[in-house]
Design a protein around this ligand. Structure first.
Ligand SMILES: [Cu+2]
Length: 506
């Protein structure tokens, strides 16, 4: 049976389904023989490329602990480097990676610890390394101002200030972010804290605590990663026609027969993903981008915009040994403004084969409540700032408050250690995932309504749907700095084309 078939029977998260509209214009897999295949009633979808990894074991993102020096600082070494990866049998595709050929490790950080990130740039071109989600000083942020020239070395030093969360790191050199990420530069940051240590959430890395980096890519006829941008890509963002999980196509992961935690990252440049499991297994969401939710929320499916993360628990304990559960991902066909997700094509991102015994430390039931970090609360006198997302007409760039990014222009300054209310109004006909560097945020309203529980808690990235307004409470950095922090759309082609601004902290 072809594992790659369209499947549109599953429940789609009704609250977020419009997220798909316009964020992605191209189906994950090319349709072939729709309704006219051998089966007569199934839409068989053929992947454009048949990577060697298809159906192979899921690559586990390697966990790195770093080394603690005499001063108590935890040191990590990252080398951004070129390499090759075999996606298609017999073809060595040029890729980029941190400390490897593709993607990067997961760095384990502990709240309160001093960390030094030593980055060597062996790419042969400028890059930066941005710690997406980490509350670090602007000088250590790895945004467009902290360029690491080809051959150069950069050290970012900071104290881990985040609550336990799943963050990530990726390049942020202005104008080349999209290409460098698609070529493979992305890694994970796993933040632990005392609350998490006391929780019962599964935490045996790669065994019952599994990170899944979901990314789409497009390939040339010769099997190389294709990052040529069409006019449509420049408007809608780059979308690939295959979806990779930890760099592999449709891999299989052997799960223990118990509760398992998945850390999900939408690492796509532009494609929103709606994820669900087969067998109608619910995803018990326990965290979003920047920390735990107050209570777990059972969800039939969940949507992640580019740059967003979620942590979910899944119970495999009732599954018979050998049972396989597909993880489905869907996205919309049809391009901008097509109105609804009815044309969404769902593909199998991977399979989970329940084939390992229960671990001795497995939990028999999930926690009823979670040690969530306190939300950011804005007082009645909080400063209000407004951000209008606009542009994108006639092939033009998207803008924020009518302006494109200028690295020489500071758009505004915020007082240190204060809470403001930022209102993002999307005046365009596509969704934009907005990301703000170096601040703590909680969502106040989406479309004038209180956000659902799974959108509460701390955030660093949130989708603003087409023609929608989202208000967030923003807690600014504790320490003032004249070095700018970024706010931008995380559709990387929008960001590279200037849908970004910068602010300093006074
Ligand atoms: Cu955008």
């Amino acid at each position: 049976m072809n594992k790659f078939k369209a499947n549109s029977d599953g429940p789609i998260d009704a609250g977020r389904r419009s997220l798909l509209c316009g964020m992605a214009g191209i189906p994950l897999f090319q349709m072939s023989g729709c309704g006219g295949g051998a089966s007569g009633h199934e839409s068989v979808v053929t992947p454009l490329i048949s990577p060697a990894s298809q159906g192979a074991d899921l690559p586990i993102i390697p966990m790195v602990d770093g080394s603690v020096d005499a001063a108590g600082t935890r040191n990590f070494s990252l080398v951004a480097q070129a390499g090759t990866t075999t996606f298609r049998s017999g073809v060595a595709a040029a890729t980029l990676g941190y400390n490897g050929q593709l993607l990067g490790p997961a760095l384990r950080l502990r709240k309160g610890e001093n960390v030094a990130m030593h980055v060597q740039n062996n790419l042969g071109e400028d890059t930066t390394v941005h710690w997406h989600g980490l509350l670090v000083p602007a000088e250590a942020d790895g945004g467009p101002h902290q360029v690491i020239a080809a051959g150069a070395r950069w050290t970012a030093s900071f104290t881990v200030a985040n609550a336990a969360s799943t963050c990530w790191f990726h390049p942020h050199a202005h104008g080349s972010t999209g290409r460098q990420v698609v070529m493979g530069l992305a890694g994970l940051l796993i933040v632990d804290d005392a609350q998490m240590a006391r929780s019962t959430l599964p935490d045996t890395w790669g065994v019952d605590d599994l990170a899944l980096v979901l990314q789409d890519k497009r390939f040339t006829a010769a099997g190389q990663i294709d990052y040529t941008l069409s006019a449509s890509d420049r408007t809608n963002g780059y979308t690939g026609d295959v979806l990779l999980v930890n760099g592999a196509l449709a891999p299989v992961w052997r799960a223990p027969s118990q509760w398992v935690r998945f850390r999900l990252l939408n690492g796509c440049n532009a494609r929103a993903l709606v994820l669900r499991l087969g067998n109608s297994l619910p995803l018990l969401q326990v965290a979003n981008e920047a920390g735990l939710l107050a209570v777990p929320v059972a969800r039939p499916s969940l949507a992640l915009g580019p740059g967003e993360r979620a942590e979910v628990l899944v119970d495999f304990s009732a599954m018979p040994a050998g049972q396989e559960v597909p993880l489905y991902a869907s996205t919309a066909q049809g391009g901008m403004g097509m109105g609804n997700a009815a044309g969404a094509t769902e593909v199998e991102a991977m399979r989970i084969r329940v084939s390992l015994p229960k671990q001795s430390n497995s939990i028999s039931s999930p926690p009823n409540t979670l040690p969530a970090a306190a939300a950011v609360v804005a007082g009645p006198g909080a400063i209000n700032r407004t951000f209008r997302l606009d542009g994108g007409m006639m092939g033009g760039a998207f803008t924020i408050n009518g302006r494109s990014f200028d690295i020489g222009r500071i758009d505004f300054s915020v007082p240190a250690n204060s809470v403001e209310v930022w209102t993002f109004t999307n005046a365009t006909n596509m969704a934009h995932p907005m990301h703000v560097h170096g601040v703590k945020m909680s969502m106040l309203t989406r479309a004038a309504l209180a956000p659902p529980i799974y959108e509460q808690g701390l955030r660093d990235t949130f989708v603003v749907e087409a023609m929608q307004t989202v208000r967030v409470a923003v807690q600014t950095a504790e320490v003032a700095s004249a070095t700018p922090l970024m706010f931008h759309c995380h559709i990387l082609e929008h960001e590279d084309a200037g849908m970004m601004g910068q602010f300093t902290t006074l």
